[in-house]
Structure formats: C-alpha cells, structure tokens
Design a protein around this ligand. Sequence first.
Ligand code: CP3
Length: 354
Amino acid sequence: MTTLKNDRYLKALLREPVDMTPVWMMRQAGRYLPEYKATRAQAGDFMSLCRNAELACEVTLQPLRRYALDAAILFSDILTIPDAMGLGLSFGAGEGPKFAKPIENKSAVDNLPIPDPEQELQYVMNAVRTIRRELKGEVPLIGFSGSPWTLATYMVEGGSSKAFTKIKKMLYTQPHLLHSLLDKLAQSVILYLNAQIKAGAQAVMIFDTWGGVLAHRDYLDFSLQYMHQIVDGLIREHDGRKVPVTLFTKGGGLWLEAMADTGCDALGLDWTVNIADARARVGHKVALQGNMDPSILYAPAPRIEQEVRSILADFGQGSGHVFNLGHGIHQDVPVESPKVLVDSIHQLSQAYHK
Ligand code: CP3
C-alpha cells in the first residue's frame, strides 16, 4: 500500500474517524484561476490540454498550491468516452461541447465501439499516472466518469441542451434503442473507471449531471439502473486500500434512498437538499458529499463562513461528510474565496470530530 500524507478524504467516504472535515471543490481546476487560463492558452484548445499528460497534471495541481484541499481530481472531461467512440467532440470558443456525429438512429448505436481504455483513452490513463507521480502521496487522486444517462444526453442532443427534446423523444418512442445505448455506455464506463483505478485513481465519482430532468420512474430505469450496474462492476479494493465510489445526481434529492441502495460508498448532494435530512435518510448506509451553493463564493468572507457553519452544524457530529460545492465552481468567483471556504471548514469542523 502506497502511503498517503493526508487520507481524510478517503476515511470520511468510508465513515471512519477523521480529525477535521475534508474538502475539495467540483471543477476545482478551471477558468476562475489565472494560472489555468495561462496553461490552457499554452495547450491551445481544451481537448489538447486533456491529451497532454504534463499539462493536465499541471492544471490538476494548480488549485492545490493555492488552497489546503484534501483531494485532487483528474483533469479531463466526461465527454472523453463519446469522443473515443468516434462522435467527433469539439469545444467552440465560449460555446460548450459539440458532437459532429450525434446519435440519431439504430445503426449509429449498433456501430458504436466500446473503447479500450489503454488504447483510445490511453491519454487519460497517462494523465492519471503522471498526476499520481507528481502528487507524491500528499492527497488522494479522484478519478471520474459521466453517468450513462448524462453521456447519452450529449450524444443524442449533439451537445448541451436545455429541454432535452431529442433524447426524451427517443426515450418515449424508442425506449429499447435508448436502453441499448445506455448499456454500451455502462460497459464502457466500467472499463474506463477500472482502468483509472489500475492507473492510480484512489476513489472514483460518477457525475449524473442531468439525471434530475427525468420523471421519477424514468430516473430509476434510465439513469440509476445503469449507475447500479457500474457500481457492481467496479474494482472496490486496490493497492491494499478500499476504492470509494461516489454517485452524484444533480437534482437527485428525491432519490437518495434508491441511490444509497446501489452499494456505493457516498452520495454527492446539490444545494437544494438539507444535509441534516439527507443524513437522517441515508447516513447509516453512505457518506455524504456537499453541498454549498457555488454562488456563495461570490459573497464576502463572513457570509461564506456563515454558510460553512450552517452546513457543518446540519451534518452534525462525527465522520461521513466530505465538504464540497453542490455543483461546479463558477468561472468568475474571486480567487480569495475558496481559501476562506477551505480554511474555515478545516478550522470550524474540528469541534465535530472530538
Ligand atoms: O477540476 C475538475 O473538476 C476536473 C475536471 C473536470 C472538467 N469537466 C473540466 C472542464 C470535470 C470533473 C468535468 C466534468 C464534466 N464535464 C461534467 C460533469 C460535472 C458537472 O459540471 O456537471 C460535465 C457535464 C461536463 C461537460 C462539459 N465540459 C461541459 C458542458 C463543458 C463546457 C461548459 C463550460 O464550463 O465551459 C465542458 C468543458 C470543461 N470541462 C471545462 C473544464 C475546465 C472548460 C473548458 C475550458 O477551459 O474552456
């Protein structure tokens, strides 16, 4: 087992005692940091940054140099899998992701390959290996993937969407076709995350950013079922340590019990949920990650600290909480704000771990 200087993130996910509440921030590497923008400019476009292991490692480490974060997250994107399946991913300036060949019919689904993580996605595994080497055991490295449903929304819509009309039309007119797409994605995600774990990721997180747009029964059938398959297929112990799995459905507050029943180790919460209620509902089964509204980072320091106090008090005494934002950090927050957040969590949480 490789030693870790700071393992409180892994311990909290397994609900083992910690000295203070660990914290990291979703999308902690990104455009709110001037040094990120500089490295990104050096790489050219976003995917070139992801494909360059040295530069991906550099941007992964940038937020850790500024703030006392308890985990690093692989710098990559959830859309690497559909890109490796041949859909032709591009990020236009200020436009968000676009696929040249969106999925429109059965033959497109039938012809989709299941990418080999050490071939088409080897650049991701190289980034994982490089980051692990450069982290030098300071904090654990989180690997990640999108959920099959969330990946399918981008693949069928051809990019970002507000109303999800194309994929919902497929869901209600050709449910078998959508299921076969989700099934291929689930198989691909299992191979991809297991390869990240073998390459050095010490925990993994599944981002189901768009699960919350589904009707109740459809969420269970078209999103959660496939995340459950993934949880069942993952390597859960590696290098003498448990590899915790976190599921995050944005807007998933109504389904926490069902999510906890997949056998995952932790649930990510967005800010619409009260973390005290969430703990009462599922805290005997899973750890909780979250859940401050990322917009609070626009506020002055006392307001950020007030929110930290409230969330820590709501979660209450003991382990099983990883502090985080309820979604990704905004690109225009002041760079001083995350320091206020991280330092106040570490300081104020110690009382809850005595
Ligand atoms: O620091 C980290 O958290 C690691 C890196 C990371 C990125 N994307 C980098 C990125 C992670 C974990 C993601 C996940 C991701 N990507 C999700 C799930 C999490 C969420 O936020 O809900 C989703 C839905 C995507 C898809 C995606 N990637 C979109 C919609 C966009 C464009 C929107 C935007 O923010 O500009 C991206 C691009 C992207 N991924 C950027 C970064 C830093 C911005 C690209 C740039 O530098 O121009």
